[in-house]
Design a protein around this ligand. Structure first.
Ligand SMILES: Nc1nc2c(c(=O)[nH]1)N[C@H]1C(S)=C(S)[C@@H](COP(=O)(O)OP(=O)(O)OC[C@H]3O[C@@H](n4cnc5c(=O)[nH]c(N)nc54)[C@H](O)[C@@H]3O)O[C@H]1N2
Ligand SMILES: Nc1nc2c(c(=O)[nH]1)N[C@H]1C(S)=C(S)[C@@H](COP(=O)(O)OP(=O)(O)OC[C@H]3O[C@@H](n4cnc5c(=O)[nH]c(N)nc54)[C@H](O)[C@@H]3O)O[C@H]1N2
Ligand SMILES: [Mo]
Length: 811
């Protein structure tokens, strides 16, 4: 989230599109209720299904899954055509005026530079025109036909209300009503918040769905302000923390990057991370990259990371591919290139796409380690459960180890919520039976590996032998020790650069925040964005002071919000060019003539003059981007593409149907289907009563939602002779599932490109372990296709067929 959960109460309009917060985030949803009750805020829901969120909305509009870009670009076009633009914001705070390089163009669904063989773009033309002074050329009058604003207008011209209806199936009058309500938020004193989750991410162009809304929010002047923002509603209680601390194959904690194979040494690596400002006077905060990186290396390898050995840069793995995401991991297993798999807090047999492929791949492993408090389907993938897991056990040779771990209520530590708050919690229970903390398990693995390397040697033992392991009990590192390491500390005395006789912080003391980190090896910090969470004031994540001066929703002394306890990112943009709040009733920070002050920690230097330094400090532009240069693999502007499996053609670019850069493996192509054979548009989703595949182990939850079902419209049910509560079979080339039919008015057929499109909704909570009835879930059917930028699987849009059935043989 750019903002926080509690800030949602400051909004005038909530748009839930690409998520179902009332169902999947029922506790956080209370802030929507607050905004409605206390401010008269309105709620719009745009979803293929009439959801629990829709049931309390002021306005609901249906949409075909996978078509949101067309819808959102249509809204942007509506706002521009009707002059509903926050002009001062757009001119001052976005790159609308930047001139684009000659050579960049878009036609027939493709941007310049496409290589069909590699399914990749050469992105060299996707850039700005740079002047002789080294800065981007701009045309403040927005007259130049090659400035971002005019190129954007040209790019979105096709997305008329009629075109939106044709692609999305959203009736024109409903689309126009949504567009009109949204456009009102271009006023200085009106804000809108975007609340989204998987309905946008789980698509082959998921990142561009989110880009589209971010662009709309910029045009309305809604980023950085109270009640505004792009608010990603995160999933597992600590999934925000997972991304923050770099548990992705291509990341280092704090969104630094794992080097690539081409970055053979530190000098090469850091040379492409200079982040030279693209406009005069800009902060371009990533210029501090080396301080965060070197401090990370010091936290990892302590005294073994020295200036002489480039702070042990050579200990880091080097990527030969952009990332080793889950799709690639299973593809590699299937190809016999990966022999062992550690599965810690994951149930891939049920949660990853194309279960047939997952089962086959797990069966090719030499060993599988499952670290989990529960008996998961993954740890039992080799067991035959009739229809529900029809495997030939005798032919599977994978050796499976189960290491029972603790669950959150038995753990101490911080969980990072969607609003970036690190909230410390304490154990409520001692672990049962043989269960051990994950940290203990990891420490044991490490110490035993180290011993093996010490005794037997190995190819490259240094990174393991020299790991900095300063914990009081090396066998069992404690949460507060790990948290202190993430905050960072002085390795040697930190002296004042202007007066070296003065010690600013003694060796061994916790740093106050990332502002004092250095790149000479004198500081260590495990995760720079968390710095400040556990400093010499103590554990700031454990703070529980809920005072909220002037009821702004900031709660500055409640836990710790990264970065630097900032509650709203880009908060300088809450004020106009002279530093006065756009909306005086929603003041956040203001310029008092000398410095920035207010309710939040300014994300700009406190003395940075308002007309000189732009609010978007992480960008070398100092401004936000309506055009993203080469930073997205599939285009600097979003464009409509169909899902990989789609019931209709791509009417804006018939030759290019799905995202031309989406992640697909050749070996999966034979399992894709088309609309002739599989005419129905399926999607998958959650229910409040269950949390994925854990709560089916609990009797109460199992009783509340006992059995797997699929949800279809009355029209489709009658066409297929399927009874309410009767059995049906849903299938495609990848698999087949039997389910009870929930026949409902909540799903209505949509008319897309002149044809009716039926939607099949499939919830995901059942398997073959636990207290609930056995069930199949959607992933026997979902395709092995990933988003072009971050490889998230396309769980939300795929094709199936459906018929009445007698139920599974073993039901
Ligand atoms: N009770 C409960 N809460 C949970 C979870 C749980 O299992 N149980 N899981 C947690 C996790 S890990 C996550 S990631 C979050 C997920 O939170 P959400 O994303 O809100 O959950 P979903 O139900 O998967 O999908 C949300 C909605 O997206 C809609 N949708 C699908 N495709 C599209 C599309 O193309 N466009 C639009 N506009 N809408 C579309 C679906 O119809 C559905 O209503 O929930 C978290 N909260
Ligand atoms: N078709 C379809 N597929 C989907 C989705 C969808 O919308 N549609 N959503 C996707 C999303 S967003 C998600 S997040 C995934 C969820 O997929 P998974 O993460 O695979 O599903 P969970 O059941 O949440 O599995 C988490 C496991 O962690 C264990 N666990 C809990 N606490 C701890 C702990 O402290 N330590 C350890 N070691 N284990 C612990 C739980 O017992 C559980 O078995 O599913 C994805 N798959
Ligand atoms: Mo998730």
């Amino acid at each position: 989230m750019t903002n926080s959960w509690t800030d949602i109460r400051n909004t005038d309009l909530v748009v839930i599109m690409g998520g179902n917060a009332a169902e999947a985030h029922p506790c956080g949803f209370k802030w929507v209720t607050e905004a409605k009750a206390n401010r008269g805020a309105k709620l719009i829901v745009v979803d293929p299904r009439f959801t629990r969120s829709a049931s309390v909305a002021d306005f609901y509009a249906p949409i075909r899954q996978g078509s949101d870009i067309a819808f959102l670009l249509g809204v942007i076009k509506y706002c521009i055509d009707n002059d509903k633009v926050q002009w001062d914001y757009v001119k001052a705070f976005t790159n609308a005026a930047y001139i684009l390089k000659e050579g960049f163009a878009y036609s027939d669904g493709l941007f310049t530079g496409y290589d069909a063989e590699k399914r990749e773009y050469d992105r060299s033309t996707w850039d700005y025109e740079i002047g002789e002074d080294g800065y981007v050329l701009v045309d403040e009058t927005l007259q130049n036909p090659r400035c971002v604003w005019n190129m954007l207008k040209e790019h979105i011209a096709v997305y008329t209300p009629e075109m939106v209806e044709r692609i999305c199936g959203t009736p024109k009058d409903k689309f126009l009503k949504v567009a009109e309500m949204i456009s009102e938020c271009s006023a200085r004193d009106k804000t809108m918040t975007s609340m989204y989750a998987l309905g946008w991410t789980q698509h082959s162009k998921g990142s561009q769905n989110i880009r589209s809304m971010a662009m709309l929010q910029l045009i309305l002047g809604n980023i950085g302000v109270r009640g505004g923002g792009m608010n990603a509603l995160r999933g597992h209680s600590n999934i925000q923390g997972l991304t923050d601390i770099g548990l992705m194959s291509n990341l280092i904690p704090g969104y630094l990057n794992i080097p690539t194979e081409r970055e053979v040494d530190y000098a090469t690596y850091i040379s492409s991370r200079g982040f030279k400002p693209l406009r005069p006077n800009q902060m371009s905060y990533w210029q501090n990259y080396s301080k965060f990186f070197v401090s990370f290396q010091k936290a990892m390898w302590g005294s073994a990371a020295t200036p002489e050995n480039d702070f042990a840069y050579h200990y880091l793995p080097k990527l030969d591919l952009p990332a080793y995401d889950i799709l690639r991991a299973f593809e590699m297993m299937d190809q016999g290139q990966m022999h062992g798999y550690f599965c810690q807090g994951f149930n891939p047999l049920l949660s990853f796409p194309d279960r047939g492929k997952i089962t086959r791949s797990l069966g090719k492993l030499k060993f599988l380690v499952v670290i989990d408090p529960l008996e998961t389907e993954t740890s039992r993938f080799w067991e035959n459960h009739g229809t529900f897991n029809d495997v030939d056990t005798a032919s599977i040779q994978t050796e499976v180890y189960q290491l029972p771990s603790t669950c959150f209520a038995e753990d101490e530590g911080a969980l990072v919520n969607s609003g970036r708050w690190l909230q410390w919690h304490w154990a409520a229970q001692n672990p049962p039976g043989e269960a051990k903390h994950d940290t203990w398990i990891m420490a044991q693995l490490y110490l035993r590996l180290k011993k093996l390397y010490q005794e037997e040697g190995g190819k490259f033992p240094d990174a393991i032998l020299n790991l900095h392991w300063p914990y009081a009990d090396p066998e069992d590192p404690k949460p507060d020790e790990l948290a202190r390491e993430m905050n960072g500390y002085a390795v040697t005395d930190l002296r004042d650069p202007n007066d070296p006789t003065k010690v600013l912080l003694e060796a061994g003391k916790q740093v106050a925040g990332f502002g004092v980190l250095r790149d000479d090896g004198s500081t260590a910090c495990g995760c720079w964005i968390y710095s400040g969470c556990f400093n010499e004031n103590g554990n700031n994540m454990a703070r529980r002071d809920n005072t909220d001066p002037d009821a702004t929703g900031a709660y500055p002394n409640w836990t710790f919000s990264w970065p630097a306890n900032r509650r709203i990112l880009y908060n300088r943009a809450s004020a106009d060019l002279d530093g006065k709040a756009w909306d005086p009733t929603r003041k956040l920070i203001e310029w008092n003539g000398e410095k920035w002050e207010g309710y939040d920690v300014p994300d700009i230097a406190v003395t940075a003059k308002p007309r000189e330094v732009g609010p978007f400090i992480m960008n070398p532009e100092g401004q936000s981007r309506l055009f993203t240069r080469g930073m997205m693999r599939d285009g600097p502007f979003p464009a409509h593409y169909e899902p990989f499996e789609s019931p209709v053609v791509n009417v804006v670019a018939p030759a290019v149907r799905g995202n031309p850069v989406a992640r697909v493996f050749e070996s999966d192509r034979q399992s894709f289907g088309d609309a002739e054979e599989f005419p129905y548009a399926a999607t998958s989703y959650r229910l409040t009563e269950h949390f994925h595949y854990w709560t089916k182990h609990v009797w109460v939850n199992a009783v509340l939602q006992p059995e797997f079902f699929v949800e279809i419209s009355e029209e489709l049910a009658s066409e297929k002779g399927i009874d309410k509560g009767g059995w049906c079979r849903v299938w495609n080339k990848r698999g087949s599932v039997h389910a009870k039919a929930v026949v409902t008015k909540r799903i209505q057929p949509l008319i897309c490109d002149g044809k009716p499109v039926h939607i099949v909704g499939i919830p995901l909570h059942w398997g073959f372990t636990g207290a609930a009835k056995n069930g199949m879930g959607p992933n026997s059917l979902t395709p092995f296709v990933g988003d072009a930028n971050i490889e998230t699987p396309e769980f939300k849009a795929f094709l199936v067929n459906i018929e009445r059935s007698d139920g599974p043989a073993s039901a």
